[in-house]
Structure formats: C-alpha cells, structure tokens
Ligand binder design. Structure first.
Ligand SMILES: Nc1ncnc2c1ncn2[C@@H]1O[C@H](COP(=O)(O)OP(=O)(O)O)[C@@H](O)[C@H]1O
Ligand SMILES: [Mg+2]
Length: 263
C-alpha cells in the first residue's frame, strides 16, 4: 500500500483478490441521484465499515452489494464474480456464500432461536433435520447463545436478538457477512460486546465483514478500513483506516465526524 501525498480523504487502497469490489457505482431512484462513483475493494478477512449520516444511502449500498437492487451504473464483484452476470443457479450459489443481517434483526417471532438459525439450512441444503439442528447449535454457540436455543425472540434481550441474527446469517458458513447497523438500539456495553463478537469472528473464522454503522466507537473498535458516504456530496468523501482518518482527515465533514465536532 504505497501512500502518495493526497489532497483528499479518499485513499483508494489497492487490494489483491478483493472479496467485495464496487466499481463506479451510481444509484438513482427515478431522477434523484443518491450517490455517484462509489468505488472500493474489501480484502478477505477484513472488517470493512460503511459510515455516513442518516439518509446518505448506506442501506441502499448494502442492498446493491447483495444483489437486492441493481446499480444505475457501475459493477459489483463478490468473490470474484460479477453480480450482474451471475444468473439462475450461479446467482443462487453466489448468494448462498454471503450472509446478511438487517437493522431490525428480523427473527421470526413464532420460532425458537434454534429454529430461526435452522431456517436457511432448510431452504438451501438437503441436510437431514438432526444435522441441521447440530449446525444451528454450533452457530448459536459461536455467538454465545447455546443456553438460549429454545427461547423465543420475545424472551430475549435486544443484544441477544442481534447475536441470534448473526448466527442465522452465518448458518451457511458465508465467506462474507453484511450487517446493517448491528448496534442500533443497544446500550453501550451490549454494543461493545457485539463489536468484540464481530472482531472475534473475523479473526477466528476469517469471515469478511461489511458493516454499516454510524457509531464512532464501533468504527474505531472494529474497522480495519472504512468508507464514508455523504448526502450532500452524493458519494464517497473518505476511504481508509478510520484511525488515520480521525487523525489526518481534511474534508470538514469527515473531520467533524471523527472528532465529534459540529460540521
Ligand atoms: N426503494 C426506494 N425507492 C425510492 N427511494 C429510496 C428507496 N430506498 C431508499 N430510498 C431513498 O434513499 C435515501 C437513502 O436511504 P438509505 O439507503 O436507507 O439511507 P441510510 O441507510 O444511509 O440511512 C433515502 O432518502 C430514501 O428515501
Ligand atoms: Mg440504513
């Protein structure tokens, strides 16, 4: 990673064999452009953070990356494969290698945590029930919920629900996990615990994480690298190591964010 002197906060880190690659993404709804020319690469095993103020397009970018929306312009490669070109069985195969947890956690309320985690295995594998249950128990163990396997979502705390959501997203052993604001609505201590879990999973399993968040503490705790989107700029205003951005950013919005100042 050679560092040329730079006039912007976009460092354009080059990555060998990126696990996620966005090239020149533009997204518009009707005639309203949300962002333009979003370009970045995520390395294997990295915790990559997408940050930015409310309404700048973070969740939309996540939906593009997992193939839920199509970009107006640009290309997305996941695990080396072109999202647009992959169709039919190839697309299903590609999608089975990524896991997603949405902001709400979205567990099924009438099912136990174990049944929730078993669900993707039911949909995507031909494993017999006993094997599905075994895999689901292992995933719940990974997130520290072995003892809560038979509880319903209504019977657990918000932090536990997020952990269960992560366990379900990991059911199929994805190479990449996408998390949309995992710590939203959690108290700081529970949120720090979730950060630690993400770091442990990335380190121990080599899973790549793409995490949307706007919590500075989280970003500095878990982020190997980040990009910052901005509503006014309609695009990226920063890319790089969050600690370095905190210390050296020049863009006023980036500086304000990392130093907790009013812009
Ligand atoms: N399907 C859609 N159709 C039209 N506008 C949308 C759609 N999805 C998101 N938007 C708009 O895009 C903007 C960014 O949304 P979002 O990606 O959810 O932002 P963030 O996650 O950063 O808060 C919002 O103003 C929202 O109204
Ligand atoms: Mg969002």
């Amino acid at each position: 990673m050679a560092d040329a002197p730079e006039a912007t906060d976009i460092h354009r880190t080059r990555v060998e064999n990126p696990v996620v690659e966005a090239r020149g993404l533009t997204m518009a709804f009707g005639s309203t452009v949300l962002f333009r020319d979003v370009t970045f690469q995520v390395a294997g095993g990295e915790v990559f953070v997408i940050l930015g103020g409310s309404g700048c397009g973070k969740s939309t970018l996540l939906k593009l990356l997992i193939g839920l929306y199509r970009p107006s312009e640009g290309a997305i490669h996941i695990l080396g494969e072109d999202m647009e070109a992959a169709q039919g069985a190839a697309r299903r195969q590609l999608l089975s290698r990524i896991g997603v947890m949405w902001q709400s956690g979205a567990l099924f309320g009438s099912m136990t945590l174990l049944e929730n985690v078993m669900l993707p295995l039911e949909e995507h594998t031909r494993l017999p029930r006993a094997a599905r249950e075994e895999v689901a128990r292992v995933k719940l163990g990974l997130v520290g919920l072995s003892d809560a396997a038979n509880r319903l979502p209504a019977e657990i705390s918000g932090g536990m629900a997020k952990r269960a959501g992560i366990a379900r997203a990991m059911a199929l052993d994805p190479s990449v996990l996408f998390l949309d604001e995992p710590s939203a609505g959690l108290d700081p201590i529970t949120s720090a615990g979730l950060d630690q879990l993400i770091k442990d999973l990335a380190r121990d399993l080599g899973t790549t994480f793409v995490v949307v968040t706007h919590e500075l503490q989280s970003i500095l705790a878990i982020g190997d690298r980040c990009i910052m989107l901005d509503k006014q700029a309609k695009g990226m205003i920063a890319e790089g190591d969050p600690r370095r951005l905190r210390d050296h950013a020049t863009h006023p919005t980036v500086r304000a964010f990392f130093r907790r100042e009013a812009a």
